[in-house]
Design a protein around this ligand. Sequence first.
Ligand SMILES: [Zn+2]
Length: 133
Amino acid sequence: MGEVSRFWRESVHRYRLMGNQCGNCKRIFFPPRDVCPICHRESIGKMKDYTLSGNGTIESFSVVHDVPPAFTRQRPYIIAIIRLDDGPSVTGQIVDSDPGEVEMGKRVTSVFRRVAQEGESGIIEYGYKFVLA
Ligand SMILES: [Zn+2]
């Protein structure tokens, strides 16, 4: 039980969208910043980890048909700018949807998916992607 639950906790932590928050102005950043770009020196030593909800709204998107060979299984590739409910906007791939289903203003939520089937090292890489909510 101990080993399994510890592994699970570590995995969950790793696969969350981790950003950080400025302790001075409370703005949230993703990816995390070392220093708040608004507060500069005032934020030094005050940047705290912040787990984003992963929920957001599509601000814009484009459908990429001409994808690199490594991604042909994901064709067409839908890439979107998503405004997260927590504040920051991120660029991410939208998966599990036809391009016709994707619209500006639609709600999405983050998921973690395998990014690389097999690297040179055999290590499986995961990354965040988005699905329609
Ligand atoms: Zn700040």
